[in-house]
Design a protein around this ligand. Structure first.
Ligand code: HAM
Length: 419
């Protein structure tokens, strides 16, 4: 069949049935899961003032290289959202909700001009939560446990949770300086491309996959050695809480997340069934300095975001979560021109029953074929005879060939009783 001259832009994809049924199921389950924990949905605009996202970190790839920014017709410098947290904090500061802590969840597209590959898109979608207003480590535990339980409920088993702490903003900044100096002192052992990163954003070097850098880093100072007493206590409380909740984790002092706003806890769930580079199915952390960076009062926050596409890939790899396909209860075969099928389908749908039918006045044979293909258990046949007698022939499409005649007025009640 000839297709049009257009296809979805590079790095984007259409989510089509039957995959989209999994998508619907995933979002519905997430909505239920987080509602149970007191989170309310926030829908924020897909674009914001560029400045909102600059606060995510001027040394991060998503800001410096991957932003979809543009000047609108009114001369405003805007950007498509590359991640959800900054938008939620902006909304919080704008509306100042009274509740404390304030708990928000979202499901939203994000845009990053990345090099597309399996599991890495220019438009991806995240499910996530943010809690604003409290520095309590128990909220870090709540958020991480919520995420772990969601994955478990979906049937994902092969996951690894990495946990780290960046400490207070001062701890983080001290460590960045310490690491920067160490990297300069060991520059001869690093891959040349990492040297450049070492100058602009030393922590990102910890993320390097290049063999010589990885080898050199085994001697590098650990962020955990730079934690202040408060940060250590906070981190300890988070770990205790996770143990109490029986959420397995590995402390990974090299875990660097691609965003600059993190303080204290950072974490990432990796799907072991997926390719290394794209195996992060969700991550998050605490960001106590983000609200003030956006010009608001000091407001601690913690949350996570999880890529829907990656969750679906992991589910596929583990052969979990297969929502049943929507199969009609019965298929109406109307050989009198379609009027009976039309009215019966409407009546049934209003009664909450899924009936399907064929269109275009097709032959009996062609309609019966469509009925078979639909997966329906019953065919409701209306020919001239049935129409005249105001009844319907009900034919079993699954079991041994059998059929019976039903008064049209009894049909909906009969269908309701079907298993
Ligand atoms: P992030 O790690 O940049 O964090 O993204 C969260 C998740 O989104 C990733 O773990 C991954 O599953 C998915 N993801 C990211 N980029 C792509 C992509 N190009 N293609 C497909 N999936 C992708 C954040 O965005 C933070 N806002 C998370 C957070 C919430 N931190 C605190 N609260």
């Amino acid at each position: 069949m000839a297709s049009s001259s257009f296809s979805a832009p590079v790095g984007t994809r259409d989510v089509m049935p039957p995959e989209s049924a999994q998508w619907v199921e995933l979002v519905a389950r997430f909505a239920q899961h987080v509602a149970n924990a007191g989170f309310g949905l926030v829908q924020s605009p897909m674009f914001e003032d560029l400045g909102v996202f600059l606060r995510v970190g001027e040394g991060t790839d998503i800001v410096t290289k991957e932003m979809y920014d543009f000047i609108d017709k009114g001369g405003r410098h805007l950007a498509l959202r590359p991640e959800g947290t900054a938008s939620i904090v902006r909304a919080y500061l704008q509306h100042r909700p009274q509740r404390n802590p304030w708990k928000a969840w979202y499901v939203a597209p994000n845009f990053r001009y990345e090099r597309p590959q399996a599991g890495r898109y220019r438009q991806h979608h995240q499910l996530g939560v943010e809690v604003l207003g409290s520095p309590d480590a128990d909220l870090d535990v709540e958020v991480i446990t919520l995420q772990a339980d969601f994955y478990a409920q979906l049937g994902l088993r092969q996951l690894r949770l990495l946990l780290n702490s960046m400490g207070t903003p001062e701890d983080r900044s001290n460590y960045t300086t310490l690491l920067g100096t160490w990297l300069q002192d060991h520059s001869d052992q690093l891959h040349p491309q990492d040297l450049e990163t070492a100058r602009t954003n030393p922590m990102r070097v910890l993320d390097s996959k290049r063999a010589e850098t990885v080898a050199a880093l085994s001697e590098a100072p650990s962020v955990l050695e730079s934690l202040s007493e408060y940060a250590l206590e906070h981190f300890e409380r988070v770990q205790q809480g996770l143990r109490a909740a029986e959420v397995d984790f590995d402390v990974e002092p090299r875990l660097v997340r691609g965003l600059d706003y993190y303080t204290h806890s950072t974490f990432e769930f990796q799907a072991l069934a997926l390719e290394g580079a794209q195996n992060a199915i969700g991550g998050g952390g605490r960001y106590d300095g983000l609200a003030s960076a956006l010009g608001g009062p000091e407001t601690p926050g913690v949350g996570f975001g999880s890529g829907i596409e990656r969750i679906l890939l992991a589910l596929q790899a583990e052969e979990a979560l297969r929502p049943a396909e929507q199969v009609p209860l019965a298929f109406v075969v109307d050989t009198t021109g379609g009027t009976h099928a039309r009215d019966l389908v409407t009546q049934a749908r209003r009664a909450g029953l899924f009936l399907d039918r064929a269109y275009d006045r097709r032959s009996m044979k062609s309609q019966m074929k469509a009925a078979d293909r639909s997966g329906a258990a019953l065919a409701l046949i209306i020919g001239e005879e049935e129409a005249a007698a105001d009844n319907v022939t009900v034919r079993d499409l699954r079991g041994p060939a059998s059929q019976m005649s039903l008064e049209r007025s009894d049909l909906i009640e009969y269908l309701r009783k079907q298993p």
